[in-house]
Design a binder for this molecule. Structure first.
Ligand SMILES: [Zn+2]
Length: 345
């Protein structure tokens, strides 16, 4: 491990860092994670499935392999009766991420998230959260990570605990907020103000992840970018959120009772939309551009290529000229289909 912060700072200095997350959602779709609990049991039960998804994101151009320890904290594992496997799960998650990162020179991030144990009105809850973060990140640091991603923080108070624990371990931290509300964290801080406070406390990167799609995250991240001095991260969900439904949790579809989290498919962003987001975020000056729940490797590759990169999976990037109907030289070329494709695109 580096422990010095050098690797993340160096990578940020080279230009936009491309992140890829959403492991829990994707592994749920593949049958390796139980929706509801959303605990990454696959890390110990099906490590090959986790390794494969890491590799797919790496080949698609992700600069960071994030250890799959989201919700792998003591409180959640106790609920599932797997508390005794807590350390093994956390250590294994970092090993899997490290192994794949080494295949492509990616950074390795440890990961903690909101715990659902924090209560701003109960000081004792902060100690509970701190203890859970300390053991998770202690194991991660021991296995070797370049930095910490403390994410989907509903409370600034809980985010600051993640930052402090990272700092105590000598690890740089990227701390990002969930944005389920219109303007404020659950403990009442304007999102921009909360990011400024995190930056003032020494976070290497601050910003937003999850909940909002590109359309509703970009205006907020633009304000954050204007007002904080440190690096900024934006990792939206690839869903078509709107002013009326600014988060994936608030999306509603006619005839569908519950869209979030299992029936979001009709709102999925295309790869082209996520590519546009990557460029727009970079042009705003966002330093760490990524994607969260709902992400697929096709999104990540399109984002990487939009940022001007050729990545391992670019070998199989679309060549529609080779398509039997859409291809310009196709003998069975169908002008109407071609036009429809071009309009849709
Ligand atoms: Zn997410």
């Amino acid at each position: 491990m580096t422990g010095t912060g050098g690797a993340l700072a160096d990578r940020l200095a080279q230009g936009t860092v491309l992140g890829a997350e959403g492991y829990v959602f994707e592994l749920e779709r593949r049958g390796y994670v139980k929706a509801g609990a959303y605990v990454p049991e696959a890390v110990v039960d099906f490590p090959d499935a986790v390794t494969e998804l890491h590799r797919e994101f790496l080949r698609a151009g992700a600069d960071v392999m994030v250890a799959l320890t989201y919700y792998a904290h003591r409180g959640k594992l106790r609920q599932l009766g797997r508390e005794s496997e807590l350390e093994a799960m956390n250590r294994q998650a970092v090993r899997l991420a490290r192994q794949v990162a080494a295949e492509g020179g990616a950074l390795v991030a440890g990961n903690v998230c909101n715990t659902w144990a924090y209560d701003p009105h109960d000081p004792a809850s902060a100690d509970v959260v701190r203890a859970m973060y300390a053991e998770q990140l202690g194991w991660a640091a021991d296995e070797g990570i370049d930095f910490v991603i403390a994410e989907t923080n509903d409370y600034l108070g809980e985010a600051l605990i993640g930052l402090e624990v990272s700092q105590e371990l000598g690890l740089p931290a990227m701390v990002t907020l969930a944005t389920t509300g219109p303007a404020k964290t659950w403990d009442g801080y304007d999102y921009v103000e909360a990011c400024k406070i995190l930056a003032d406390h020494g976070a290497a990167v601050v910003g937003l992840n999850c909940d909002r799609g590109p359309a509703t995250m970009l205006p907020l991240i633009a304000r954050i970018r204007e007002q904080v001095g440190c690096a900024v991260a934006a990792q939206p969900v690839p869903y078509r959120t709107t002013e009326d439904s600014p988060t994936m949790e608030s999306l509603r579809a006619e005839g569908v009772n519950r869209v979030f989290p299992l029936a979001l498919d009709p709102f999925s962003c295309t790869r082209f939309e996520m590519a546009d987001f990557a460029v727009a975020a970079r042009d705003l000056g966002v330093n760490y551009v990524g994607i969260c729940c709902g992400a697929g490797p096709h999104h990540v590759r399109a984002m990487a290529e939009a940022l001007g990169r050729t990545v391992p999976a670019s070998r199989y990037s679309p060549s529609m000229d080779l398509h039997p109907v859409l291809g310009t030289a196709a003998s069975r070329q169908d002008r109407a289909v071609l036009d429809a494709w071009n309009v849709a695109r």
